[in-house]
Design a protein around this ligand. Sequence first.
Ligand SMILES: [Zn+2]
Length: 134
Amino acid sequence: MYKNLIGFENYDEFLLNIKDAVNNFIQSMRDEKIIGSSLESEIDLYSGVEVIKILHRMGDDRRFFFMTSRADLHNDYTRPAEAKESIFPGLWITGQKSIHPKCARCWNHCPEIGLDKKYPEICYRCIDVIYWEE
Ligand SMILES: [Zn+2]
């Protein structure tokens, strides 16, 4: 499936290790009282192109996988000075508390809340699901 897993034996092992590194970073945000729950965080990941490529293919599922409200990818040469080196080789992370409101259904913090008059406290993804289930 993936030609280059940067030294990991398989995709699952890669995911497990990168999730560990992100969890570790999020825990440090909680320890510093920047956030309470993981879903309050928005993170930016900086790494080499091989790591970014794999994570890029997860698309919007990435933020659900990491249990953050946002998880954006960047090439490592754009890494800001405040980025922290994670326990995953070559992965650097910055994080902040989301400024967006919390969806009442999925608890993700999302800019697209309030678009629907009938469900003003629900994010756009959840609105689709609610209408499909009606
Ligand atoms: Zn939602």
